[in-house]
Design a protein around this ligand. Structure first.
Ligand SMILES: [Fe+2]
Length: 385
């Protein structure tokens, strides 16, 4: 996030004395990226953030790969993933490569007994069903249906759910998320032609300083392992902070679609990008208005990207059967297109209510064993009548 923001109390100058009401010093932490050479934030803690009490045995959460070389069009029934009480245990990795892991999750309960920090990847949690609050040392971000909650790597968090029926689509990116360069000016501002603008970005609020001592478990994910740490003080004991590195959110419902006289290419739907993949949002919009326009997409060959669509809501004009939470994967090396009849059916339609999130990766995705368990096996033949 390139935007400067501040919350709570901070001293006028960096790296100077900043005292608590009892006269003691706040403990300053610099949270920096690319060494000390890119975006950063400075946080002021009641206690030193370094007080490790003990470590438990680490354990593996590496994806179990079933198909390392995939050249098949596939479909997964995302809502067939079984709910689980615990958030981390509920996360099911389905499609992975060296740039990004895609997971589904249906956690029933809030995180109460531990905190979680992903040290290897930025996490984007798309809220398909559910409502709650993201808690971090930077403050809170409430979330609802349609939100993209972006949590940069290294940010310790807890999810509190108000609901039991929660459905999440989680994108772990091993490089930072950023807005497409063509929408950002040299000063870092989103341009007027960007489908998202700064007003759509939600930053942390309601900073609560937890001045608590005890035993606080933080599960740190690094290199496909979970390292259980116990700290002597509450991770959210920040009195104030400022900078450009913090969690944030935006809603798919705030994305302003770009439409045209004829079919617009997928990049108009783009929301974010990272190294070797992009993300898009397909939202309700008016269809193309050329008198002879064909609203259905053309057949297309993604010569150098695996295309993943996560279907959220609404009717999908180009596909025969689509369920909420369904994922389709159309990989490098194959042509895909509308299902039979979809092109004729689309002619004359004025608008679509479809809602979907897309992830296009520039390197092939691997299929996990858990993905095969929820696969619609005959999908690859579904274009033949
Ligand atoms: Fe496609």
């Amino acid at each position: 996030m390139p935007y400067y923001f501040t919350l709570g109390k901070i001293p006028h100058k960096r790296h100077t004395q900043f005292r608590k009401p009892d006269g003691g010093l706040y403990s300053e932490q610099l949270v920096s990226t690319e060494g000390f050479s890119d975006t950063y934030s400075i946080t002021y803690h009641v206690h030193a953030p370094t007080l490790v009490k003990s470590l438990d045995e680490p354990y593996s959460v590496a994806p179990k790969i079933a198909v390392a070389n995939n050249t098949q069009n596939r479909s997964l029934q995302g809502f067939s993933v079984k709910p689980a009480d615990d958030y981390l245990q509920s996360r099911v990795q389905v499609l992975v490569n060296n740039d990004v892991y895609l997971s589904l999750a249906a956690p029933r309960k809030s995180m109460t007994g531990y905190f979680y920090r992903n040290a290897s990847a930025d996490e984007l949690i798309f809220i398909h069903e559910g409502k709650g609050v993201l808690h971090t040392m930077y403050g809170e971000i409430p979330f609802v249906y349609g939100d993209h909650v972006v949590i940069p790597r290294g940010v310790t968090y807890q999810l509190e759910f108000e609901t039991e029926n929660n459905r999440l689509f989680i994108v772990e990116s091993f490089t930072p998320f950023r807005f497409p360069k063509r929408y950002v000016n040299n000063f870092g501002q989103l341009l007027e032609n960007s489908p998202l603008c700064e007003r759509d970005i939600r930053v942390p609020g309601n900073l609560v300083t937890h001045d608590e001592k005890g035993d606080f478990k933080v599960l740190i994910k690094k290199n496909d392992m979970i390292f259980p740490y116990h700290f002597a003080t509450h991770p959210f004991d920040v009195a104030g902070w400022d900078g450009c590195h913090y969690p944030w959110a935006f809603s798919i419902h705030d994305f302003e679609p770009i439409t045209g006289r004829v079919h617009q290419p997928p990049p108009v739907h783009q929301t974010l990008e990272a190294n070797n993949f992009v993300m898009c949002a397909f939202v309700p919009r008016l269809y193309d208005y050329h008198p002879d326009a064909i609203p259905a997409p053309y057949n297309h060959s993604n010569v150098d990207s695996d295309e993943v669509l996560y279907y959220v809501d609404g009717e999908f004009m180009s596909r025969k059967h689509v369920d909420r939470g369904q994922i389709t994967l159309h990989p490098i090396g194959l042509v895909h297109g509308p299902h039979p009849g979809a092109v004729e059916k689309s002619i004359g339609l004025k608008e679509t209510r479809e809602l979907a999130v897309m992830v296009d990766t520039f390197k092939p995705l691997k299929i996990t064993k858990q993905a095969l368990e929820i696969e619609e096996k005959d999908y690859y033949k579904s274009w033949v009548e």
